[in-house]
Design a protein around this ligand. Structure first.
Ligand code: UTP
Length: 309
């Protein structure tokens, strides 16, 4: 009995420390208008565009679940009903697939569903920018660090991108964002880092600028659509300051948190596809189809045919 005592407080401390840091909630901002994909996105959410046979938002939700996320918060907007329907039970469809004995398809349909009570939807109302969308999740997130995933950034990686961030967060307990090098001439499309010290895959964030011109960009290291943020971000977002494009920018609110708590970029491993852009979306379809046993050969044949024309 006496031997056990010295160990107990240590175990309790480790557990409580772990509890405060664990990332349990993820926010999926899906309230954007998706104008680059009009007319496809007139009545259909951009996030429901399929890469091969799975909608973009499902890839993001599966990535989050693989990283240990337990609560899924969607910030939706006009014409986004299909997202709610996608993550809901479809009795008629399930019944029909069962009757037909389509077990594999039935499994595909059922696997989509997060556990009951683990999904929440809130409405952005007006698409005032990504920062505003994240602010809309404030009450649902509460006072704990949380993840943000943009479904139009799609990753092909051995270790899921969010898992890489979660592991980095375990080491720093501050804000962490996924980063990648982008061509200098494209800095005006992204949030760009002013880089401090670097250690391994971790980059200290000294500053952040949203969509700087190539001449003004402090580096060509860009934030891509995965974040782990401390809840203090909501205080800055609540001021509703507008930035680039007249929108309430998440990058601007993040920039104002620098210096208070650790803030790092993580150079994530893997390939990223910008599916908010037509070419990026097309490339993602190719890359994902080429990894499918049932499609790779056919896709290669098609590519060969077109390469000659
Ligand atoms: P984008 O910058 O790609 O904007 O948003 P968008 O409106 O979706 O698309 P385009 O530029 O008009 O074609 C990046 C992510 O932020 C979400 C989008 O849904 C997307 O997942 N977002 C953006 C919101 O949720 N609300 C907004 O007001 C803006």
């Amino acid at each position: 009995m006496a031997e056990k005592w010295p160990w107990r407080p240590i175990v309790v401390l480790e557990e409580s420390n772990f509890m405060t840091k664990r990332i349990r909630k993820a926010v999926f901002p899906v309230g954007g208008l998706g104008t680059r994909f009009l007319p496809a996105t007139k009545a259909m959410p951009k996030e429901m565009l399929p890469v091969v046979d799975k909608p973009l938002i499902q890839y993001a939700v599966e990535e989050a679940a693989a990283a240990g996320i337990e609560e899924f918060i969607f910030v939706t907007g006009r014409a986004k009903q299909a997202i709610e329907d996608h993550f809901d039970v479809s009795f008629e469809l399930e019944h029909m697939l069962k009757e037909r004995g389509s077990d594999a398809r039935l499994k595909d349909v059922r696997d989509v569903l997060p556990a009951s009570g683990r999904v929440a939807y809130t409405r952005q109302g007006e698409a005032l920018g990504l920062g505003h969308a994240v602010l809309c999740a404030r009450e649902l997130v509460g006072d704990e660090p949380f993840a943000v995933l943009l479904a139009d950034d799609l990753f092909l990686s051995e270790k899921p991108c969010l898992q890489q961030l979660v592991e980095a967060h375990d080491r720093t307990d501050g804000n962490v964002v996924a980063v990648m090098d982008v061509p200098r001439e494209q800095t005006d499309r992204y949030g760009i880092l002013d880089v401090g010290t670097e250690e391994g895959d971790m980059v200290e964030v000294k500053g952040l600028v949203e969509k700087p011109s190539p001449e003004e960009a402090p580096s060509n290291l860009s934030i891509i659509g995965r974040y782990i943020l401390r809840p203090e971000i909501f205080e800055f977002l609540a001021e509703r300051r507008t930035g680039a494009g007249g929108e309430i920018q998440l990058t601007d609110a993040m920039a104002r948190m620098i210096g208070d708590k650790p803030f790092h970029g993580v150079r994530v491993q893997g390939r990223r596809f910008d599916c908010g852009d037509k070419l990026g979306f097309f490339e993602a379809n190719l890359a994902f189809a080429l990894r499918r046993d049932d499609m790779a050969e056919g896709v290669r044949r098609i590519l060969k045919d077109y390469a000659g024309s």
